[in-house]
Design a protein around this ligand. Structure first.
Ligand code: BDR
Ligand code: CA
Length: 324
């Protein structure tokens, strides 16, 4: 099997940690770099969390970059009420002894993309501040992208607000810049947003058996799920951002529809909303004074939730095939 060159941009994050384990360990993915951005918690803590997860996964070979501390315009917010005080479930795992790469994440992204002989799949599971900065400072590096599969946005309801999903709400301008630039350069984009994000779930019992399985990867994976079950008072929890990585490994598990998407940058109650064009009557479309959005992206509206949860579970269980 040819492995897919992937770069992730994360705000680790309980479910980013789930995503990192999958990307670091699945043989279909060749994880080239991970860049960090302020989001679920501050960027220093995000970087520590990311290094810790990669060490547990035995992937200290994957270069990690510290990136933007705050969004382009907004002040930084955080989601510690979701992810715990340390942003990763307060599970008490040891810090990695490794330092991040001395280059800023934006520089690292540029260097990794420029140096790649094959086109790379970019998987942001965080506010897209780093990617927007890359688009503005080194736009030619984006030409090295095969596609972008990002976790963010929603065609229906939000989570950070009734309208907006957290990653886009955190830095709406960044998302708008990335979608626009991708449209200009003809880079295919998949939006793995809230319409599918909550569906692939792992039960508390499955989490317990991962913890009992004994090795560090399985234990961390089980504890991440267990933390979410406790926090939300539920018997199962989403694998969240890991679903976006599943969509790279197994695209047929997601049902996508190409739809025009805009990001609401004004709006009192709707700032950060991804406005997904789902009307199909040409009469309305032709008379809309806004015209059609430039960015037409593959919006995930359906997911085979069992298939993705199983993909994640099979990868983090002991005995899973080692990465290439
Ligand atoms: C997204 O926001 C973060 O809290 C999660 O890590 C995920 O990327 C969900 O809205
Ligand atoms: Ca995230």
């Amino acid at each position: 099997m040819r492995s897919i060159p992937v770069v992730m941009d994360v705000d680790t994050g309980v479910d980013d940690a789930c995503a990192l384990l999958l990307a670091a360990l699945h043989p279909a993915i060749d994880l080239r770099a991970v860049t960090c951005v302020g989001g679920n918690t501050d960027v220093d803590q995000v970087t520590r969390n990311t290094l810790a997860v990669l060490e547990i996964a035995g992937r200290d070979d994957v270069v990690v970059g510290r990136g933007a501390e705050r969004p382009l315009i907004e002040r930084a917010v955080h989601a510690r009420h979701v992810h715990g005080d340390d942003g990763m479930g307060d599970l008490g795992w040891a810090r990695s002894t490794r330092d991040p790469d001395p280059r800023h994440a934006v520089q690292l992204l540029r260097d990794v993309l420029d140096a790649s002989p094959e086109p790379v799949t970019l998987v942001p599971t965080a506010p897209m501040t780093n990617i927007a900065l890359l688009a503005r400072t080194h736009p030619s590096a984006l030409r090295r992208l095969e596609r972008i599969v990002f976790m963010g946005g929603a065609a229906q309801r939000g989570n950070a607000t009734a309208s907006a999903e957290f990653n886009v709400f955190h830095d709406p301008e960044a998302t708008a810049i990335v979608l626009e630039t991708a449209a200009d350069l003809g880079i295919p984009v998949t939006m793995y947003g809230l319409d599918v994000f909550y569906d692939p779930t792992v039960t508390r019992d499955q989490a317990r058996s991962l913890i009992a399985a004994g090795d560090d990867v399985a234990r961390l994976a089980g504890e991440l799920v267990g933390f979410q079950c406790d926090r939300f008072g539920a018997e199962q929890a989403t694998i969240g951002d890991a679903g976006a990585v599943c969509a790279v490994i197994d695209p047929a598990g997601t049902g996508t529809t190409p739809l025009p998407v805009r990001v609401e940058l004004a709006g009192t109650w709707s700032r950060g909303r991804t406005i997904v064009e789902m009307r199909d009557w040409t009469g309305d479309l032709a008379h809309d004074p806004h015209g059609r959005a430039d960015a037409v992206i593959d919006v995930a509206l359906e997911v085979d939730a069992r298939r993705y949860a199983d993909l994640w579970l099979e990868t983090v269980r002991p005995g899973a095939p080692a990465p290439a």
